[in-house]
Design a protein around this ligand. Structure first.
Ligand code: NAD
Ligand code: UDP
Length: 319
């Protein structure tokens, strides 16, 4: 098994690479460090099956000699502060980056997987969200650079499948967390953990009644790997099933680290989805998949890893 993985220096990409390398695959990682971390590349390079190209996949992919079985396209900023800081780059990696990755898969006769997102549902009006729901997206708001890029990425992936017979997969990933997220990532999980570890107030945005459904990264990796092994070309949701409000989530993180800390309410970001929760019926039936790591257990592991993050080049945990 030989595969190319874009976004290998990112949070999910580094876990996926570690998992595939552990199974004996040859992994060619590509990343331009827009939101990733060189320390992940350094850790992966300790494995003899890993090679790395620093490149912007929106400009093109490196010329890879020899056959490829899979092309896995995970490159894209995913944290709202990151993609809002780089809106054009985010649109480009979803558009041109996806097309370059599709072309590579087509040239090499490889199976292709797109890392899509629950953001394609926007601020959903249907709960929980099944794959058949078309979403409720602001096409030009602050989050549109990400949402619309991924919607386009799904559309071009399906077009390559229909027009060129490319063997494609689409995973719609819901909020995922775990070790190896960037400390300054800006997402709620990292913010709350770092605030609590620093003895600061936890910043809950808006009234804190908006919900998310968190999944631990090893559950996601297991689902992605199963999806590669079945023949199904439509999008598949992978996410945690238990919705939790952000106020409650702050209380849970605080209780795990420092119960005496205050919670501070701050303004809500524009277009913030009010409720998000996947319908995972398809993943259950198609993949026999369901999340296994509870929020308490996943948070425990994540907090432990963040406590050690003073040494960022620490060993990559296999997911
Ligand atoms: P991340 O920011 O940690 O990783 C993304 C990686 O892509 C980074 O290493 C970044 O440097 C790289 N990258 C960005 N643009 C690039 C470009 N033009 N060329 C080469 N590399 C580039 O984010 P993540 O959380 O690991 O997300 C990975 C993928 O999963 C993304 O496609 C994201 O949309 C998707 N996803 C993640 C979540 C989540 O909760 N983490 C949810 C839904 C979807
Ligand atoms: N959020 C929060 N405090 C923070 C960061 C985020 O209350 O410090 C909220 C945010 O308003 C959103 C939710 O947490 O409702 C999840 O935000 P995140 O940026 O992690 O990801 P999103 O699901 O919005 O892409």
């Amino acid at each position: 098994m030989r595969l190319l993985l874009t976004g290998s220096a990112g949070f999910i990409g580094s876990h996926l690479a570690a998992s595939l390398l552990t199974s004996g695959a040859q992994v060619i990682g590509v990343d331009n460090y827009l939101s990733g971390q060189p320390a992940h590349t350094e850790a992966l390079k300790r494995h003899p099956g890993f090679t790395f190209f620093e490149a912007d996949v929106s400009q093109g992919l490196p010329l890879v000699a020899g056959p490829l079985d899979w092309v896995l396209h995970f490159a894209s900023p995913a944290s709202p502060p990151h993609y809002q800081q780089f809106p054009v780059e985010t649109l480009m990696v979803g558009a041109q980056g996806t097309q370059h990755a599709l072309n590579l898969a087509r040239r090499q006769g490889a199976r292709f997987l797109l890392a899509s997102t629950s953001e394609v549902y926007g601020d959903p009006l249907v709960h929980p969200q099944p794959e058949t729901y078309w979403g409720h997206v602001n096409p030009n708001g602050l989050r549109s650079c990400y949402d619309e890029a991924k919607r386009y990425a799904e559309a071009i992936t399906m077009a390559y499948h229909r027009a060129h017979g490319l063997d494609t997969r689409i995973v719609r990933i819901f909020n995922t967390y775990g070790p190896h997220m960037r400390a300054d990532d800006g997402r709620v999980v990292t913010n709350f953990i770092h605030q609590a570890l620093a003895g600061e107030a936890l910043t809950v945005q808006g009234d804190g009644q908006q919900t998310r459904s968190f999944q631990y990264v090893s559950d996601l990796i297991r689902g992605v790997r199963r999806l590669m092994d079945v023949t199904y070309h439509g999008p598949v949701n992978l996410g945690g099933t238990d919705a939790i409000t952000m106020q409650r989530f702050a209380e849970v993180v605080r209780a795990a680290i420092n119960p005496g800390l205050p919670i501070r309410f701050v303004p809500l970001a524009a277009d913030d989805p009010r409720q998000r929760q996947p319908d995972i019926t398809l993943a259950r039936t198609l993949l026999g998949w369901a999340p296994e790591v509870s929020l308490d257990e996943g948070l425990k592991r994540t907090i432990a890893s963040f406590r050690q993050q003073a040494s960022p080049a620490g060993p990559l945990p296999a997911a």
